[in-house]
Design a protein around this ligand. Structure first.
Ligand code: 5AD
Ligand code: SF4
Length: 458
């Protein structure tokens, strides 16, 4: 039996996809990359913006056609959309199984049952904000530990979940309603997983959590925060780099910055979304800081951790965002001097406070113009700051051959492939080198820089 899995969305989804792929293989299924040649199609979905959901729905339309020639094909929809839409998705002609993020441990069995012609099945949390039952939590934890986290990931790298869910309730965000309450995983379990990954040749571990800096777990009387977890993870011999995403500004305490400053294995990369530079909008978003406090935090981070690279997220066109509010965001981006920024146009999500109580009153063309403008502002900053890295030698972890050629043709090295790599600070570095370097560290001298990429020589 063959299956194909298509994954949309964030790193958390990529990790869930890796776990499900591994579990399906253990259950005897074979990986395929084509739905027309498969017996099972699994789609891992994202609900964070409407556009992400539309892509999944159009994919389902495509599968409906494929099913005409392959009537026995089983289609399972997992992830955030599964939890959000439940019955509505199950009613879709192209769908057999709907499985929420908290039920993925049951997915291989549900698929087996459907292949045996059992009824369509809905497996989602009924009360998503209720504390997860002990037995269910244990099922998920066992699933997480039993399966391979390296499936479909870059060579030498793996994601490891530190926390599930989110308790912040930013008014625009659907995550607390689809991934449930915040829950930290036991450190013992995380660290034994990291040892196992090390045995498989993993060198870079990225710890995942929606608000990873609020990680908290008490085990045998010892309290673990993110700083302790970073120390524990980096103490695993053979692990060379430990990274963590994503942080919430008011949860970032000094102990975390101290770990970044003092421990050479902890990467100096901080993903710290601000979302807006206007205090009025931050308040409407239920973000619990002002732009001034946010900037002070960046100053402190840079003082405590020299060389730190900071990335941000912004939403433009949130409810009530005036030109003045937007200019405050531009000003914040100019002051923050991010390494890079992810910028999104506000998309109202059903069930969130903003969708229920605030008006989506910024026209689409204004959202688009603000998005473009903010990207331009950041692009200039990235170009300038990246330019300062020219001449530096940097240690990189090689991901593999580049799909498209980045360097000038004139500088193409005929014997060597163009490789993509990243530094600990998450800078992308492209250079010519042997393909066998994939998954290995290398020293690269930076020779050229653009806004998005550094170019170098081995
Ligand atoms: N509309 C647009 N962007 C959103 N994000 C979260 N929810 C929404 C939404 N409703 C963005 C935030 C978050 C990132 C993962 O996605 O910037 O940090
Ligand atoms: Fe969503 Fe806010 Fe939680 Fe991030 S912190 S997942 S934006 S609710």
């Amino acid at each position: 039996m063959k299956f194909v899995l298509k994954s949309f969305g964030c790193q958390m989804n990529k990790l869930d996809s890796a776990l499900v792929t591994s579990a399906m293989k253990q259950a005897g299924f074979e990986v395929s990359d084509s739905p027309v040649e498969s017996d099972v199609v699994i789609i891992n979905t994202c609900s964070v913006r409407q556009h992400a959901e539309e892509r999944v729905l159009s994919h389902l339309g495509h599968l409906k056609h494929i099913r005409k020639s392959r009537p026995g094909l089983v289609v399972a929809v997992m992830g955030c959309m599964a939890q959000r839409m439940g019955e509505e998705l199950l009613a879709n002609e192209a769908v057999d199984i709907v499985c929420g993020p908290g039920q993925i441990d049951k997915l291989p069995e549900l698929i087996q049952q459907r292949l045996e012609k059992k009824a369509k099945h809905l497996a989602v949390a009924e009360k998503i904000r209720a504390k997860v039952e002990e037995s269910e939590a244990q099922g998920l934890e066992e699933f997480e530990v039993a399966n391979d986290l390296t499936e479909d990931q870059l060579p030498g790298q793996a994601y490891v979940r530190a926390m599930r869910g989110c308790n912040k309730f930013c008014t625009y965000c659907v995550v607390p309603y689809v991934r449930g309450p915040e829950a930290s995983r036991p450190p013992e379990s995380i660290i034994s997983q990291i040892k196992h990954l090390r045995d498989q040749g993993i060198k870079l571990v990225t710890l995942l959590g929606q608000t990873i800096d609020s990680y908290s777990y008490t085990e045998n009387g010892k309290k673990w925060g993110l700083a302790e977890l970073l120390e524990g993870a980096s103490a695993v011999e053979g692990i060379e780099w430990v990274r963590f995403i994503t942080s919430y500004p008011t949860d970032l305490d000094d102990s975390i910055l101290a770990a970044m400053a003092g421990n050479p294995k902890v990467c100096k990369y901080l993903h710290l979304p601000a979302q807006s530079g206007s205090d009025k909008i931050l308040k409407a978003m239920n973000r619990t800081y002002t732009s001034g406090q946010y900037l002070e935090l960046l100053t402190k981070a840079r003082e405590m951790v020299p060389g730190i690279a900071i990335a941000g997220d912004f939403i433009v066109g949130f409810c009530g965002e005036s030109d003045e509010d937007f200019e405050a965001t531009v000003s914040l981006v100019q002051k923050a001097r991010y390494k890079s920024c992810y910028i999104f146009k506000y998309s109202p999500r059903p069930g969130t406070t903003a969708e229920k109580r605030l008006e989506d009153d910024v026209p689409e063309d204004v959202k688009k113009a603000r998005n473009t403008r903010l990207l331009e502002v950041q692009s200039l900053i990235s170009e300038e700051d990246n330019g300062r890295l020219v001449g530096r030698r940097m240690r990189v972890l090689v991901e593999g051959p580049s799909k498209k050629a980045h360097l000038d043709k004139s500088s193409q090295d005929v014997d060597h492939k163009q490789l993509i790599s990243r530094t600990g600070e998450d800078y992308i570095v492209v250079f010519n080198g042997p393909a066998q370097l994939a998954g290995q560290f290398a020293q690269v001298k930076i020779t050229k820089a653009s806004a998005l990429t550094l170019f170098g020589e081995l």
